[in-house]
Design a protein around this ligand. Structure first.
Ligand SMILES: *Cc1c(COP(=O)(O)O)cnc(C)c1O
Length: 355
């Protein structure tokens, strides 16, 4: 979380702008929360340049919830195609199999999830109700630097993206997207809020068994208030949207400014890793994630010493995911360049004292 957002939330904690209430004490149908919700939606729409023919939904259930909710709403019972690129798309594919015929159009499993399969090689069926991919594989550190143009590949299917771990870190090309979903907890706010951005024509096709609270049309028709929305999460994400909109970098503002900052952060870290034989990153250069940077020590027997020294230096949460091992630096939006510089300084010093 950006520190400025945490400070503002702290200042408003007991009394939101003279209302006499904390946001957590408001009725979600009261006029105060109505203002917070409408502002959050319009700020997110402006920030991500979401076109008017898309709905923005504030839901619950997280990314894993959407793995079921998307096929319940979009599959129409028909086959859907998945692009497997790492842990999260594998999970999404597995869950969708409970609700529809979930096929695999492409997979990078053979190379250990270290590169992206070329879109021209994807086997997309003419009958696919949609194509799913994870635009940033958080655990494997793989990111689509460009979303595929399914129409150019001869497919009419809408593209569904799980952008949980890089939402608001770069612009989205909405002309290539039918639906995007993401849990808020990586780049937007506290856990408990799920963002769904869905093209209008994809609403209204839910399977009979779809729970009403997870039916996109029902949620859209009720302005995300069919049931009580995650009010605190919406408020915090709303503050983050405003903070993001105000950011400037090299003459750019908002999401473009964040993108420049994220490029600079990622370059600093990858360049250092590539320039060292003490550390390595195995992901193909054209799809390295700007947000999640897994790396390894050439001598893994030093992992524990590396992590405990990092902790002492105030550098936390660097242990890699257990399925990948090694280290992982998650350098989300709120991580400043100085934080990445501090990591690189520590890595250089650790290397110097261990060769
Ligand atoms: C973190 C993450 C999720 C999280 O799902 P939850 O249900 O919110 O825990 C989903 N997809 C991706 C790509 C993620 O990084």
């Amino acid at each position: 979380m950006p520190e400025a957002v945490l400070r503002q939330a702290a200042a408003e904690m007991l009394d939101w702008r003279g209302s006499g209430m904390s946001v957590m004490e408001m009725s979600h149908r009261g006029k105060e929360f109505g203002v917070i919700l409408a502002q959050a939606e319009s700020d997110l729409r402006a920030l991500l340049a979401v076109p008017a023919h898309f709905h923005i939904l504030f839901m619950q259930g997280g990314g894993l919830g959407e793995n079921a909710i998307v096929p319940l709403n979009l599959s129409r019972g028909g086959p859907v195609d998945f692009v497997i690129t790492g842990s999260w798309s594998i999970k999404s594919h597995k869950e969708a199999q409970r609700y529809c015929a979930a096929r695999i159009a492409a997979s990078n499993a053979a190379d250990g999830h270290l590169s992206l399969p070329e879109p021209a090689t994807w086997q997309i069926g003419g009958d696919a109700a949609y194509v799913h991919l994870c635009s940033n594989e958080t655990i494997n550190g793989i990111e689509f630097q460009q979303l595929p143009d399914l129409a150019a590949l001869g497919s009419k299917a809408p593209l569904v993206i799980d952008f949980s771990s890089h939402v608001a870190s770069r612009p989205v090309d909405w002309s290539r997207v039918g639906l995007a979903f993401g849990g808020a907890q990586k780049n937007l706010g506290p856990a408990g809020l799920t963002i769904v951005v869905v093209r209008d024509d994809l609403l209204g096709h839910a399977l009979e068994i779809c729970p009403s609270a997870f039916n996109y049309k029902t949620v859209a028709d009720n302005q995300s208030m069919y049931n009580t929305p995650p009010t605190w999460g919406i408020y915090m994400a709303g503050l983050t949207f405003q903070w993001l909109r105000e950011q400037t970098e090299g003459g750019l503002t908002g999401i473009e400014a964040m993108e420049q900052r994220n490029i600079a952060k990622a370059r600093l870290l990858y360049d250092f890793i590539d320039g060292s034989s003490f550390y390595l990153n195995k992901v193909a250069a054209n799809c390295r994630s700007r947000m999640n940077v897994p790396f390894f020590l050439a001598d893994e027997s030093r992992n524990d010493a590396f992590l405990s020294g990092a902790r002492t230096a105030g550098l936390l949460q660097l242990k890699g995911h257990k399925s990948v091992g090694g280290m992982r630096a998650s350098i989300y939006n709120a991580m400043p360049l100085e934080g990445v510089q501090a990591l690189v300084n520590y890595m250089r010093e650790f290397e110097r004292s261990h060769v």
